[in-house]
Design a protein around this ligand. Structure first.
Ligand code: NAD
Length: 258
């Protein structure tokens, strides 16, 4: 039985993971951790607390969907205690990414900007489509998320854009975040990213590829957060037995496909 300690338990993703874990085989929710001041829901579920250090033990798997400011400390504690980590928070800065990589020298750390298997399929479809059309086709990404989302563009849109840029041999500076004013003709070496915010959109990513006289669109829509939660639990099962190292959802899919 894999003991999961959930950080950010009161949030949208935390609640979705807790709900999905409740009906899943082989995992148990050991504890739910929130910021000081966020009250327990009183639902009779797994123990609720504010101090990860007070509950974390060797062999536990921490699942965190919280905030960038929380990630470094969570990663360091996981490394100290010998607990594997599944990290889903997006909008991380370089020091947070470095903390995850440092922890991965001691324990298994899996990080994904998007835990949905449909988005994994979208990334693979994008790679195949880019290989099949001329390199002159323009690539633009449109993402939509709920009005409460903190970071823009989404981590998934950035990942799609970076993978597209890498495929074309464009530098990171080729990512173009929206357009405004007299911007002139679109340069060839550019990947446009456009972030829409409103209502309750859970997550919607469309990659548009435009050529002369034709275009195509690859699109994934997450209708509810169980789309992510199943990938999160598969990742928790993966890191529970993985050697120390830094992993992505591609590693989970590779094992599942065997
Ligand atoms: P949310 O604001 O609903 O929930 C975040 C929760 O974390 C809140 O309850 C907050 O109180 C808590 N929190 C903040 N700091 C904390 C700390 N130091 N310790 C413990 N808890 C803390 O946000 P959300 O929609 O659940 O998203 C959370 C993060 O996950 C965001 O960065 C979001 O972009 C990302 N996300 C990732 C995926 C994915 O598949 N990787 C999917 C959806 C959302």
């Amino acid at each position: 039985m894999i003991a999961i300690v959930l950080v950010g338990a009161g949030g949208r993703m935390g609640q979705a993971v807790a709900r999905t874990a409740a009906g899943a085989e082989g995992v148990t929710l050991k504890a739910r951790i929130e910021r000081a001041g966020v009250a327990a829901p009183g639902d009779g579920g797994a123990p609720w607390g504010h101090d990860l250090g007070a509950v974390l033990a060797r062999g536990d798997v921490v699942v965190e969907f919280s905030a960038p400011a929380a990630v470094s400390a969570v990663a360091t504690l996981c490394a100290e205690r010998g607990a594997a980590l599944v990290s889903g928070t997006t909008g991380l800065g370089e020091p947070d990414e470095a903390a995850l990589r440092a922890a991965a020298r001691q324990v298994a750390v899996l990080r994904a900007a998007n835990f949905s298997l449909g988005v994994l399929a979208l990334r693979r479809a994008l790679a195949a489509a880019m290989a099949a059309v001329p390199a002159t086709w323009d690539v633009e990404i449109v993402e939509r998320h709920h009005r409460g989302k903190q970071d823009a563009p989404s981590g998934t849109a950035l990942q799609l854009a970076r993978e597209a840029a890498e495929r074309r041999g464009y530098p990171d500076s080729a990512l173009r975040h929206g357009r405004s004013g007299r911007v002139g003709p679109r340069p060839d070496a550019e990947i446009g990213i456009h972030a829409l915010r409103g209502g309750g959109w859970v997550g919607d990513h469309a990659v548009v590829m435009a050529g002369a006289g034709e275009w195509l669109e690859l699109r994934h829509v997450a209708e509810d957060r169980t789309a992510f939660a199943h990938g999160v639990l598969a990742s928790a099962r993966f890191v529970a037995t993985a050697a120390p190292g830094f992993y992505t959802l591609d590693d989970v899919a590779r094992v599942a496909a065997r």
